[in-house]
Each structure stands twice: as C-alpha cells, then as structure tokens.
Design a protein around this ligand. Structure first.
Ligand SMILES: [Zn+2]
Ligand SMILES: [Zn+2]
Length: 646
C-alpha cells in the first residue's frame, strides 16, 4: 500500500501501481474526464502512469498552465500524425508546446506547403482526435531508438537520439504515429475538440543558420469549440491594437531603412507622449530622493572591461569605434551602470551620504539580429528609465521596498492592475556562471525574497535566471487582452562596486563597499510605450495623450475663430490642433476618431456668433454645445482628477 497526499492535505491509501487517473475517478467521474496530466512529487507526468511509492499528487486540468501545455504538446504529436498521413515521407524535427499553442518543425523535402492546406490538416487532426487514440509510453534502449528511426529514415530524430543518454529514452505512440519524446501527454487525443493552425515560418534545424531550413507550423487547440472562437476573436483584437499599426496611424514613431534597422524615430506626437511619461517618472523619483545625471552615449573599452560587460557582451555588441589615436577604442554604451559607477567615484563618500540615487533616461545600444527586430519591443537603440542606488548593506531592503513603491505607483497610474513578479536566482548547479562571492549572492537573494513576501506579491521563483552580476526581480504585467509582457526590473548587485572599487567611510571610520541596486520600472521607454499602446488600444489617459483636442472648422470662413479658440486652449495648457484641411466635416470627424483624439471641437457660424464650441468625445459621440470656458473647465477638471494621485 502507498499513501497519496492531495494538494488540500488529505491523505488516502492505495495499492501501489495506481495512476493519477484512477485517483481522479475515485473522486468523481467529472473530474476524471478533465484530467490532462499529473504532478507527482513535483514531477510533471502522464496521468495514466502507475505510481509506485508514497507521493504528493496534483491532478492537472485545462485550468492549470501545465495542463494546457500538456494538451498543446500532445497536439503537436497529433498534427505530426495527420501530416504524416497526408504527406507520406516527411521528416520531423522537434514539436514543443509554446506560450500559446505549439509548433512542429518539419522537413517536407522538395514540397513547399502553404496555409491553404491548413483546413485539410485540421480536419484530419479532428478526425484522429475523435478516435480517442491513447498515448502509450514505452522505454526503449538507445539502439532500439536508433534502429526505429534509421528504418524510418529520419535523420533529425537520429541526431537527437545520439545526444541522449542510454536508459533514459522514451517513445510515445498514438494511433499510427511514434515519436521520440520525454512526455508527458494527454491520456488520449479525445480531449482535443477544436484545432486551428495559425502560421508557417522557416526555422533552421537546431537554430543553426548553416543547417537545413525546416518548415515550422504553428497551431493551437482547445477542449471546447467556444474557447477557440474566443481565442480567434482575441487574436483579431490584438491585430487591431498592434503597436506597429497604431504607431503609424497615430503618428507616434517610424523606422527608416536609411537611418538603420531597429533604430526608432520618435515623431512629434510620440516624443510628446514619451516626454510626458518621463516627466511623470522624474516627478515621482524626485519625491523619492533621486538625482538626475547625464552621461555620454559611448565609453572607452576599458570602462566595459572594468565592468565586465565587454567580456560578457563584447562578441554580441556593435563593433568598436576607433579614433585617430592608435589603440584608442570606444563602444556604444550597452549599459548605463559603468558610467554611474564613475559618477559615484567622482568624490569620497561617507555613510551619512548614503543612499545615493542617480537617475538617467539613458540611451543604450545593443546589436540584435535583423530577424529578431520587432516594432518598438525589439530594437537596437533604446532608452532605459534607469537609476542606480548606492547604499549600505543594511539599507538594501528599504531601498528595494521604496523602488517597489515607485513601480506600483506607475502601474496604478497607467491602469496595469494585473501583474506578477518573477524572482530570478542563481542556478545552483552552475555556480561558475556568475561573478561575485557566494556570501554576497546569498545576502542579495535573501533580501529580495523577504521584500516580496512582506508585500504579499504574487511571485514566481526562477532558478538559474539571474543575470551574471546579481539576482533580480522582474515585473510582468498582463494587458487588457490578458497577454503577459515583461517590463521593469530591480536588480541587486554586489559585484560592480567591487570591480570599480567603490567605497564609503563607515561610522567606524573604515572603508566599506557600497551595494548597488539597478532599477528600471518601465524597462525601456520604447518597450513601455509599445505595451501601453496595445494595452489601451491607443486611447491614452487624458493627462498623457499627445493631443487632447482638435478644432474642426466647418469651412474656411471660421478659421479665424478656430485660431482664437486654439490660443485660449493653449493658454489653459490644453494640447490642441486645428484641422485646416478643406475636407467635409464628416470626413474630419472620422479622421479625428481614427486618430483617437479625445475631444473634437466643431465650429461654424452659430459657435462663432455665440462664443461656443460644439463638442464630440471620442467613442462617446455628441456632447452638444457649450461655452468655450465651460469646455476648458471640463477638460481641466478631467486632467486634474486623473493626476491628483500621481
Ligand atoms: Zn511528446
Ligand atoms: Zn544598471
């Protein structure tokens, strides 16, 4: 007999060899129908696998991320089975689950498949799913595994098997399809009720450009048809909110091949928006005791050798800049921290000066492959809302807390209500990856964990995800469509102060090393603006939006009145423009709606004669006529209310 402990703490005895599925059936048939996989003593495995010893068992359904992942990974097998039936002789690379769905890398030989063929594959997948094919796990020897795929003639699987250790190789069989796989998988394919193949891309075998390009097919599956319908509607909405599309329509930013790939150009409205975000953050930071600094865009190669960035990033960065002086080399700044260390070192410090907090909207440059570039979220030049705090070891925790207050304030102000934090710690199995002493690392990791706990944050701990110079906490927000975005970061660093030999005089009159905290609540202005655009679909809060009102004269006769009005608005600190074009009013309104300008002020004969404006609100329609003073009062109140808590 073995003892099984469920997540609610209840314990029950079973005969050894029982499966998680049997346990589910003992609870209720309904639950058993929904079980997709199980976690046994923390290991994710098939729900049908026998359990041989005392164990903690968690039953996973569609409501668990790992349940979804199991469904999607199993769907990759199902897609491969369907494709093999429809296109005999194809060869398979790898087929993992991803954040939303799955893909499989496939070698179609000379055949070039198109997405017109998706419906045929989807139908075949559904037909096979209805057969409720059971996923059967089988342990095989390395030789057996090699023999199977040699006979089948699949060079990719053979290469994968050659990298595996004998005795730890498993096959999974479902219907007529056998795959090399660690699992786990669904109990059977019958759980897959809705299928959508999403796109095709080229993918080099093992990510190596010198090797063959395979065809990657992406797809997603669901246990209910309605969920697929909802997902497709979400994708449609995401397309409408794509920051690259809105960035163009709202004239916020642009890219020019002549300037260079991945180098964003901020247009006047985008610069206005970004400037307001920067002002907001500067204000919050000033209140929290930060001082602004400014540093150059390049630095001597020795600076980055001292900091260690050269050794770490040198190979992946832009090429060095040489000067007419022999042997003098500069790098585009990949990080602001080394410059800020030198600002700290500019004069001696006493413990009474600490903490010192230097903030800079510092533009940095990192080389990204052209294929990796994406709108404002992956660029080669970006501006961090950076700051570095130098403090005593005893101050780390309080500083960390105060940074978190700033992060919360920003998320609140911009309506990111839903976020999780990830704490990234060392990989305990690979200590040589990191710079710095064990003792310092432990101190830093401890401080982060304690603060997260004290604040009651929803936290994920990721071992092995820390940067080479210190542990960190990252913030991931969920946007209006439920998508996760990584934004800001707070990072404790005991190493740079060591490398730059930074010091302060303690109360004991001895020299001590300060601790450094790196932090960037937005991450970068580029990324943050991209996420903000998609979150609010381009409808920025009134205090932030680059253009709060647009005046639409119904004909040229009223241009003088429009101009007088504009002056009044500007005097009241309202950001407005006039649509001078000789278009029909209906057209001007439609264009202003598309540009998502919050207020449209239509002026004609009646308005001019009586000192009125006819007001339309974006999305809300006609608000009727009001005096110019009443409109100014209305919008000013709105801005005041929105900013009262900032
Ligand atoms: Zn698998
Ligand atoms: Zn830094």
């Amino acid at each position: 007999m073995i003892t099984i402990t469920l997540p609610d703490g209840s314990e029950k005895k079973y005969v050894a060899g029982i499966s998680a599925m049997d346990i589910a059936k003992g609870i209720s048939e309904g639950l058993a129908r929904n079980v997709l996989a199980a976690k046994v003593n923390g290991n994710l495995q098939d729900a049908l696998l026998p359990i041989m010893e005392d164990a903690r068992v968690q039953l996973l359904t569609w409501n668990d991320q790992e349940g979804k992942a199991t469904m999607w990974h199993s769907s990759a097998h199902l897609m491969a089975e369907a494709i093999e039936l429809l296109y005999p002789g194809v060869k398979f690379g790898i087929g993992p689950d991803i954040e939303n769905g799955f893909y499989y890398d496939i070698d179609f030989g000379d055949y070039s498949i198109s997405d017109n063929e998706f419906p045929k594959i989807e139908n075949k997948m559904l037909e096979l799913a209805r057969q409720k094919q059971v996923f059967t796990r089988r342990e095989v020897s390395k030789q057996e595994a090699l023999d199977y795929f040699t006979k089948k003639g699949d060079p990719y699987k053979i290469e994968l098997i050659n990298d595996l250790e004998d005795g730890r190789i498993t096959f999974y069989e479902s219907g007529n399809f056998t795959d090399l796989c660690r699992g786990p998988h669904l109990p059977d394919t019958g759980h897959i009720k809705a299928v959508k193949l999403l796109s095709i891309a080229g993918a080099y075998w093992r990510g190596d450009e010198t090797r063959k390009q395979l065809t990657r097919i992406y797809g997603i599956t669901f246990p209910k048809k309605q969920e697929l319908t909802d997902y497709l509607a979400l994708l449609e909405e995401a397309k409408k909110r794509d920051h690259r599309k809105l960035g163009k329509e709202l004239e916020l930013f642009a890219f020019s091949p002549r300037v260079g790939l991945g180098l964003p150009l901020w247009l006047p409205k985008g610069a206005e928006l970004r400037g307001r975000l920067e002002d907001f953050l500067k204000l919050v930071q000033r209140k929290a005791g930060y001082e602004q600094v400014i540093t150059p865009h390049i630095g001597n190669v020795n600076l980055y050798k001292t900091s260690g960035h050269f050794q770490k990033y040198g190979a992946d960065s832009f090429r060095p800049i040489s000067t007419p002086v022999e042997g003098e080399e500069y790098f585009l700044k990949p990080m602001n921290c080394p410059h800020h260390c030198e600002i700290y070192a500019n004069k001696p410090h006493s413990y009474k000066d600490l903490p010192i907090r230097y903030a800079e909207f510092g533009t940095v440059y990192r080389y990204e492959q052209s294929g990796e570039l994406h709108g404002l979220t992956r660029v080669r030049s970006f501006t961090q809302d950076d700051a570095h705090i130098f403090c005593t070891p005893d101050q780390v925790k309080d500083e960390f807390k105060s940074v978190m207050d700033i992060v919360m304030k920003i998320f609140n102000a911009l309506d990111f209500k839903d976020f999780i934090t990830q704490i990234s710690l060392r990989d305990p199995l690979n200590p040589s990856k990191y710079i710095g002493s064990d003792e310092n690392w432990e101190k830093a990791e401890q401080a982060i964990m304690e603060v997260a706990q004290e604040r009651g944050l929803e936290t994920v701990i990721a071992y092995g995800e820390a940067a080479f110079y210190g542990p960190k906490m990252d913030f991931m927000v969920r946007d209006a469509l439920g998508r996760k975005w990584q934004l800001g970061t707070i990072q404790v660093d005991y190493n740079l102060p060591e490398r730059f030999e930074l010091e302060y005089t303690g109360s004991d009159n001895e020299k001590h090393r300060p601790v450094m905290i790196h932090r960037a609540p937005f991450g970068s202005m580029e990324r943050f603006v991209a996420v903000l655009i998609e979150h609010c679909a381009g409808n920025f809060p009134i205090w932030l939006t680059p253009e709060q009102a647009i005046i639409l004269p119904i004909s040229e006769k009223y241009n003088d009145y429009a101009e007088k009005l504009l002056k009044l608005l500007k005097n009241s600190d309202i950001r407005a423009q006039i649509d001078w074009r000789s278009e029909k009013t209906g057209r001007k309104i439609r264009d202003a709606e598309m540009k998502k300008v919050p207020y449209m002020l239509i002026v004609g004969e009646k308005e001019e004669a009586e000192g009125l404006v006819s007001v339309r609100k974006h999305g809300d329609g006609d608000l009727g006529s009001m005096t110019t003073e009443a409109f100014i009062e209305r919008i000013s109140t709105e801005v005041r209310e929105a900013t009262s808590e900032l």
